[in-house]
Design a protein around this ligand. Structure first.
Ligand SMILES: [Fe+2]
Ligand SMILES: [Fe+2]
Length: 246
């Protein structure tokens, strides 16, 4: 696995961000605030993780495998997620929206990432990022705020690469697994993803509906991406339109 490719990508990407007009004076309507506030609070919180447990697990893996560059690539990935949190937080402060300190859904995601090994942490991250693609498209369409729409476009652009990064990681971690092991992993992943989808829908349906994403579409879009990624068809990602219309 060529982790140097990912290190170069993350370093280059932070110099190549879409322009955001932070001086824009648009103020969210009360309808928009009602639809997005609690949801954006949760995503902002989720993006802000320092990833300490993940990095510790990655260092243990690197010590055993010799994949030292993976830790550097992962650090850069976490910095990119923290940029998402920082930018969403800046937007919220501009709009006088309070930031969340904790939330039970975020706590479940963090527990899932900490409680098991590196592979489970990466699977949970990947599932969150699959859902993020549907979510940020809907959030983009749920608001007229130019800053938030610009942030959604930037985050979506980043998330496509995050999906590939996590798939590369899983391919490396699962090298040499038996067919029975793969089948078992596949079944457990599908059960976990079904549960996560239901939890996310129940917490974020106001934004998704405001962004014209019904429960059926949410379910179908997420499973389609899940199946492509876990079916080894990650190359088809490039054919997906993940950037909403400007
Ligand atoms: Fe993110
Ligand atoms: Fe991401």
């Amino acid at each position: 696995m060529n982790w140097n490719h990912w290190i170069q990508y993350f370093q280059q990407n932070r110099e190549d961000l879409l322009p955001i007009d932070w001086d824009d004076t648009y103020r969210l309507s009360s309808y928009e605030k009602t639809a997005i506030l609690e949801s954006v609070q949760q995503f902002q919180l989720g993006e802000s993780s320092e990833g300490r447990c993940l990095l510790e697990a990655a260092k243990r893996y690197a010590d055993g495998s010799g994949d030292a560059e993976y830790v550097t690539a992962l650090q850069l990935f976490i910095q990119e997620e923290q940029r998402h949190a920082r930018d969403l937080g800046r937007f919220m402060m501009q709009q006088h929206l309070p930031l969340a300190q904790t939330h039970w859904v975020d706590s479940i995601f963090r527990w899932l990432r900490r409680a098991f090994n590196l592979e489970v942490s990466v699977v949970v991250l990947l599932m969150a990022e699959i859902i993020a693609v549907t979510y940020y498209k809907a959030l983009h369409d749920a608001t007229a705020a130019p800053v938030l729409r610009g942030l959604c476009r930037q985050i979506l652009r980043d998330e496509v690469h995050h999906l590939r990064f996590q798939i590369d990681t899983l391919a490396r971690l699962r090298q040499g697994r038996s067919p029975i092991g793969f089948l078992l992993t596949h079944c457990l992943q599908r059960i976990l993803f079904s549960g996560i989808l239901m939890v996310v829908w129940s917490g974020h349906y106001p934004v998704l509906l405001a962004g014209r994403t019904s429960l059926g579409q949410f379910w179908w879009l997420n499973w389609r991406l899940f199946n492509r990624l876990f079916g080894g068809l990650e190359s088809s990602l490039s054919k997906l339109r993940v950037t909403p219309n400007p």
